[in-house]
Ligand binder design. Structure first.
Ligand SMILES: Nc1ncnc2c1ncn2[C@@H]1O[C@H](COP(=O)(O)OP(=O)(O)O)[C@@H](O)[C@H]1O
Ligand SMILES: [Mg+2]
Length: 258
């Protein structure tokens, strides 16, 4: 299995606060790689450093063998990364359809697809057709013409997932995709991610609080604690790791095991 993402000895501080302290891990193509850890462990910061939203202070991030540590977020999208945010970022005042349309246009611009005939009418029809396909994938077709701000929390998170998917990423980065969801929405979203992962053959990097979601989705897990990599391994290895049990998961993991 080939490596798609390589994080080597990455450090990141905000002022004097050391948030990521020498973290190293690899994600293989086709993995669903979960980053878990208590609140404030540095999961979201790790995400930002990988996607380029913030720059690491030292260390290296390689994507498909290429050093992207100093590349912008846009350049990384162009290379095939896509992400969602812990707090959903959608365009509240435009319709669900047009949210997806914008994401498709950004992707096409980033990857120079269809250039230079950008504003041509038949191209718009082509983009709308693609957007409608994404909405079907997401189960949002009936909300097509609704302004995004009127969506329920669960649908907003789903739309955000759709915005990331419209970027047709090879690596999809999901920062707490089920945060704040009802158990029912959480289950539906987990199923959706499972299905899309199969259909689109994507590598997924995910942070998540909910252990049931992790155990259903993840092939490998990184446990972060105070910005340090406590353990990396399969679900079984992480469950069996005494350090992880002591410091973080303990009872929760045993109960999750049933
Ligand atoms: N932009 C920022 N400026 C200063 N401190 C930050 C910033 N973002 C996060 N932090 C701090 O970094 C630590 C890790 O945060 P975060 O990466 O969001 O953790 P997690 O996602 O695991 O909850 C926390 O102590 C948080 O307060
Ligand atoms: Mg977070």
């Amino acid at each position: 299995m080939s490596t798609i993402l390589e994080v080597s000895d990455v450090h990141k501080s905000y002022g004097s606060l050391k948030v990521i302290k020498g973290v190293t891990f690899e994600v293989a193509k086709g993995d669903t790689f979960a980053i878990i850890g208590p609140n404030g462990a540095g999961k979201t910061t790790m995400f930002k450093v990988i996607t380029g939203e913030v720059k690491r202070d030292s260390g290296t991030i390689r994507y498909k063998g290429e050093d992207v540590s100093d590349k912008t977020e846009f350049e990384r999208v162009r290379l095939g990364m896509g992400r969602t945010f812990q707090v959903a970022r959608t365009y509240p005042d435009v319709t669900v359809l047009d949210n997806i349309v914008v994401a498709i246009e950004v992707r096409r611009a980033a990857r120079n697809e269809n250039a230079p005939h950008w504003y041509n009418v038949s191209l718009r029809a082509d983009i709308v057709a693609e957007a409608e396909e994404h909405l079907r994938d997401l189960g949002l077709s009936d909300k097509r013409d609704m302004e995004a701000r009127f969506l329920s929390h669960g649908d907003k998170k789903r739309l955000e997932l759709g915005l990331a998917l419209a970027g047709m990423p090879e690596v999809l980065m999901l920062d707490e995709p089920t945060a704040g969801m009802s158990p029912q929405d959480r289950h539906a979203t987990t199923e959706l991610i499972l299905r899309l992962r199969e259909e689109k053959k994507m590598t997924v990097v995910i942070t998540e609080h909910d252990m049931d979601v992790i155990f259903e989705l993840a092939s490998r897990i990184l446990v972060l604690n105070h910005g340090e990599a406590l353990a990396v391994g399969t679900i079984e290895e992480i469950r069996a790791n005494p350090l992880v049990q002591d410091v973080y998961l303990g009872k929760e993991m045993y109960s999750a095991e049933g």
